[in-house]
Design a protein around this ligand. Structure first.
Ligand SMILES: *[C@@H]1O[C@H](CO)[C@@H](O)[C@H](O)[C@H]1NC(C)=O
Ligand SMILES: *[C@@H]1O[C@H](CO)[C@@H](O)[C@H](O)[C@H]1NC(C)=O
Ligand SMILES: *[C@@H]1O[C@H](CO)[C@@H](O)[C@H](O)[C@H]1NC(C)=O
Ligand SMILES: *[C@@H]1O[C@H](CO)[C@@H](O)[C@H](O)[C@H]1NC(C)=O
Ligand SMILES: *[C@@H]1O[C@H](CO)[C@@H](O)[C@H](O)[C@H]1NC(C)=O
Ligand SMILES: *[C@@H]1O[C@H](CO)[C@@H](O)[C@H](O)[C@H]1NC(C)=O
Ligand SMILES: *[C@@H]1O[C@H](CO)[C@@H](O)[C@H](O)[C@H]1NC(C)=O
Ligand SMILES: *[C@@H]1O[C@H](CO)[C@@H](O)[C@H](O)[C@H]1NC(C)=O
Length: 623
C-alpha cells in the first residue's frame, strides 16, 4: 500500500515539477529494511524511464542536497548510475536480490541467510596429509605493499583543503588564494603523489635487497572515482608497472583491486548482458603483469576473469592471485538477476583447481587478493563458500595476503566458528597496510619466510612519518615494529624457531582481551603510528575489533559484535559497515542522501558524522 502511495506521489511530479521531490520524499521514507523494499517500486519506475532519466534524477538530488560538489555528483552518477538502473529493471520486488540491493546500496537490510551450497572438490582430503617441516634453514624475504592509490594529477601548490573527496589537484585552475598548498610528498586529504611511490619503491628495494619476490595486493588508481575512464585506468596500471619494473629487482606477484576499473567497482558477471564488460581491464593486467608472472599465468588472467597462479621462483610455493571483485557487495552488477550464482565467473572453481594441483604436487600455496574474504563488505554466500575451500585445503595453504582496508592488521580463520580457540585456528591472513597518506603513515611490510614450510617467521612494518618536520624534504623509511619482537614477547608459548602460526595469532588475541595496553598498541599500528585523534577503542569497539580479527568468514561478527575500529579512506563524513576503500561512488552518495533526508535511517545504518579532518586533528571513523 505504502509503495503505491509513494509512486502516486512521484508520478504526477514526474510530469510537472520533475521527479526530484518524489525521489527525496521516497528516500526520506526509508528507515529500515521493510521501508527500503517498499521504496523499490519508485526506483524501478524511474529506472524504467531509462538510464538518462535515472541518472538525471539521482544527480539532481545529490546536487540539491549538497552531498558532493556538482562535478562529483555528475561524474559518479553518470558512470555508476546506469548499473543501478540496469539492476532495478532486472530483479523482482520482494526477493533475495532486492534485499541484497537494499543492503549494499542503502545499508538498510541484513543480508539474507547464506544459501546452502557445497563447493565441488575433485578429491576428498588425503587420509595422510603431507607434513611440511622446517629444517631450520635461514628464512627468505618477501615484500608486501598495497593500496598505493596513485594520483598522477597530484600538483604541488594546489589546494590541499578542498571540498572534494581528494584534493591537491588544480580542478578548475588554481584559485587566487590557496589555503593549504600541497607539498611534494602528499597530504592527509590527497592520494599518493608519484614522488612518494618512487620513495616507497626505493625503500622496498633497499630494505628488501635480498627479497625473493614482492606481493602487491591491488588498488593502483586514485579515489577520484567520478573522473575514472578506461583509458586512464589502463594507462595508470601500465605506468605503475613500469615504475615497479624500473625499481624492483625481484619478481612481483600482483592482485587486482576494486579501483582497477571504470566505473569504479564495475565487474559485470559473464551472465550480464550489457555493453560494459571487463575485457579491457584483463587486457591491461596482462600487458602490465606478463613481465613477472609468465606466459601461462598471463593466459589464465584472460580465462579466469583476472585470477592466475604461478610458482614463486626457486620454491615449492604456488601463489594463487584471486580477483575478489565478484564477491564485493559494492560491485553493483551482482544484483542484476534473481538467479542464484554460487560462483560468479568461476573464481572459486579456479581457486579449487589450483589448490588441488598444489596438493597433488606436494606444494604449499599462498592466496593473494585485494579484499579480505571475511568482512562486512563481502557477499555472505561467497564468503561462506570461500571458507569451505579454506577448510578443505587448510593443510596446503600456508598464508593469505590482502589489502583493501588500508589498515595494518591480521585475521584468523578457524575450523570451527562455534569454538574459536588455538586448537581450531587454521589459517592466518596478513592485511594491508596502504601507501596512500589518506589513511595513515605510508607503509609496507616485509616478511621472513621459512624456506621449507613457507610459513611466516616474522612480519615487519616499515613507515615514513608524515609528521616528521623533514618529511617533505627528505622522507626517511624506518621500522615501525616487528610482529615477532612486539607480539611474540606477549605469547610465551612461541618457541624461538616456531612460525607465527594461526594458533600463535589466536593466543595473541587472548592476550589482547586481558592486556589492554597490548591491544591499544595493535590499534595504534593500524594507521601505522599516525596520531589520529581518537577515543580509545574499549568496550563494544574492542569486542567488535577482536571479533573481526577472529574471522575469515563474514557474518560471524554481525550480531554479537559492536562497532569496529576503522580508518578513513578519504574525506568520508559517514561510514557504514562497508570498508573505507569503497570510495565516493554512488553508494556513498545514496547513503549520504539517506542520512540527510531520513535522520532515523542515518542512525539505523550506523552512520555517524565525523569531525572535519585537517592535518592537525585527524579523526578515526567508527562504525
Ligand atoms: C580548510 O577550509 C575550511 C573551509 O574553507 C576552513 O574553515 C579551514 O580553516 C581550512 N583549513 C586549513 C588548514 O586551511
Ligand atoms: C561463466 O563462467 C562460468 C565459470 O567459468 C562458466 O561455467 C559459464 O559457462 C560461464 N557462462 C557464460 C554465459 O559464459
Ligand atoms: C564445534 O564447536 C562446538 C562448540 O564447542 C561443538 O559443540 C561442536 O561439536 C564442534 N564441531 C565440530 C565439527 O567439531
Ligand atoms: C625447534 O627446535 C627444536 C630443538 O632443536 C626441535 O625439536 C623442533 O622440532 C624445532 N621446531 C620447529 C618448528 O622447527
Ligand atoms: C596457544 O595456546 C594454547 C592453549 O593455551 C597452547 O597450548 C599453545 O601452545 C599456544 N601456542 C602458541 C603458538 O602460542
Ligand atoms: C601488556 O602489554 C605491554 C605491551 O603493550 C607489555 O609491555 C606488558 O608487559 C604486558 N603486560 C603483561 C602483564 O603481560
Ligand atoms: C612521527 O614524528 C612526530 C614528529 O616528530 C613524532 O612526534 C611521532 O612520534 C613520530 N611517529 C612515529 C610513529 O614515529
Ligand atoms: C564484550 O564481550 C564480553 C565477552 O565476550 C562481554 O561480557 C561484554 O559485555 C562485551 N562488552 C561490550 C561493551 O559489548
Amino acid at each position: 500500500m505504502r509503495s503505491a502511495t509513494l509512486a502516486a506521489l512521484l508520478f504526477p511530479s514526474l510530469a510537472a515539477a520533475g521527479p526530484l521531490d518524489g525521489l527525496e520524499r521516497t528516500l526520506a521514507s526509508i528507515v529500515d529494511c521493510a521501508s527500503c523494499h517498499a521504496a523499490l517500486p519508485t526506483f524501478k519506475s524511474i529506472a524504467h524511464l531509462g538510464d538518462a532519466a535515472f541518472v538525471k534524477t539521482i544527480t539532481a538530488a545529490c546536487i540539491d542536497m549538497q552531498i558532493e560538489d556538482r562535478d562529483v555528483c555528475e561524474g559518479a552518477i553518470r558512470t555508476q548510475g546506469p548499473i543501478l538502473a540496469h539492476d532495478l529493471r532486472h530483479f523482482a520486488l520482494g526477493g533475495q536480490t532486492a534485499t541484497r540491493f537494499c543492503d549494499a546500496v542503502f545499508g538498510m537490510c541484513t543480508p539474507p541467510p547464506v544459501n546452502e551450497y557445497t563447493v565441488p572438490f575433485p578429491r576428498p582430503p588425503p587420509e595422510r596429509p603431507a607434513r611440511f617441516r622446517s629444517a631450520g634453514r635461514p628464512p627468505f624475504r618477501v615484500m608486501h605493499f598495497s593500496d598505493v592509490h596513485i594520483d598522477r594529477q597530484y600538483t604541488v601548490g594546489a589546494e590541499a583543503n578542498c571540498t572534494k573527496p581528494i584534493c591537491c589537484r588544480d580542478y578548475d585552475g588554481r584559485p587566487k588564494h590557496v589555503n593549504a598548498p600541497a607539498l611534494p610528498l602528499g597530504n592527509r586529504h590527497c592520494d599518493t603523489p608519484t614522488k612518494l611511490v618512487d620513495s616507497m619503491l626505493q625503500a622496498v628495494e633497499r630494505f628488501g635487497a635480498d627479497a625473493r619476490f614482492s606481493l602487491f595486493t591491488g588498488d593502483v588508481i586514485d579515489h577520484a572515482v567520478w573522473e575514472v575512464s578506461e583509458v586512464g585506468v589502463s594507462r595508470d596500471m601500465q605506468t605503475f608497472s613500469d615504475q615497479m619494473a624500473a625499481r624492483l629487482n625481484a619478481p612481483l606477484f600482483p592482485a587486482l583491486g576494486n579501483h582497477e576499473s571504470a566505473p569504479t567497482n564495475s565487474f559485470p558477471r559473464n551472465t550480464t548482458e550489457h555493453e560494459i564488460n571487463s575485457e579491457w581491464v584483463f587486457n591491461a593486467q596482462r600487458a602490465s603483469w606478463a613481465q613477472w608472472i609468465g606466459e601461462e599465468a598471463t593466459d589464465q588472467i584472460r580465462h579466469h576473469s583476472g585470477s592466475y597462479a604461478a610458482m614463486a621462483p626457486g620454491t615449492n610455493l604456488r601463489i594463487i592471485s584471486v580477483n575478489t571483485q565478484y564477491w564485493y557487495k559494492q560491485n553493483f552488477w551482482l544484483y542484476d538477476s534473481d538467479d542464484l550464482q554460487p560462483d560468479p565467473n568461476g573464481i572459486l572453481a579456479f581457486l579449487v583447481q589450483e589448490l588441488q594441483a598444489a596438493e597433488d604436487a606436494g606444494q604449499r600455496a599462498w592466496i593473494i587478493a585485494h579484499m579480505p574474504p571475511g568482512r562486512g563488505d563481502v557477499a555472505h554466500d561467497q564468503s561462506s563458500y570461500f571458507d569451505q575451500v579454506i577448510q578443505r585445503y587448510k593443510n596446503t595453504i600456508a598464508g593469505q595476503f590482502y589489502g583493501h582496508t588500508h589498515a595494518d592488521e591480521f585475521a584468523i580463520g578457524y575450523s570451527n566458528y562455534s569454538d574459536r580457540s588455538a586448537a581450531t585456528a587454521m589459517s592466518i591472513a596478513m592485511i594491508g597496510p596502504a601507501l596512500t597518506p589518506m589513511s595513515g603513515n605510508p607503509a609496507f611490510k616485509m616478511y621472513d619466510i621459512d624456506p621449507d614450510t613457507y610459513e611466516i617467521m616474522d612480519a615487519r612494518t616499515y613507515i615514513t612519518n608524515v609528521s616528521d618536520p623533514n618529511y617533505h624534504l627528505h622522507p626517511t623509511w624506518e621500522l615501525l615494529y616487528s610482529a615477532r619482537d612486539s607480539y611474540g614477547a606477549l605469547v610465551p608459548a612461541l618457541a624461538p624457531n616456531a612460525s607465527l602460526s594461526p594458533a600463535f595469532w589466536h593466543n595473541l588475541t587472548e592476550v589482547f582481551y586481558k592486556n589492554d595496553s597490548a591491544f591499544q598498541a595493535y590499534i595504534a599500528h593500524k594507521p601505522r603510528g599516525r596520531e589520529f585523534v581518537r577515543r580509545p577503542c574499549v568496550g563494544a569497539c574492542k569486542n567488535g575489533t577482536l571479533c573481526e580479527m577472529r574471522t575469515l568468514r563474514s557474518g560471524v561478527c554481525a550480531t554479537a559484535s559492536g562497532p569496529v575500529f576503522r580508518l578513513p579512506g578519504g574525506h568520508a563524513q559517514f561510514t557504514t559497515e562497508l570498508e573505507s576503500c569503497e570510495g565516493h561512488g554512488i553508494g556513498h552518495i545514496v547513503r549520504g542522501l539517506l542520512a540527510k533526508l531520513s535522520p532515523q535511517a542515518g542512525q539505523k545504518a550506523n552512520v555517524e558524522p565525523v569531525p572535519q579532518n585537517d592535518d592537525h586533528s585527524q579523526a578515526v571513523l567508527w562504525v
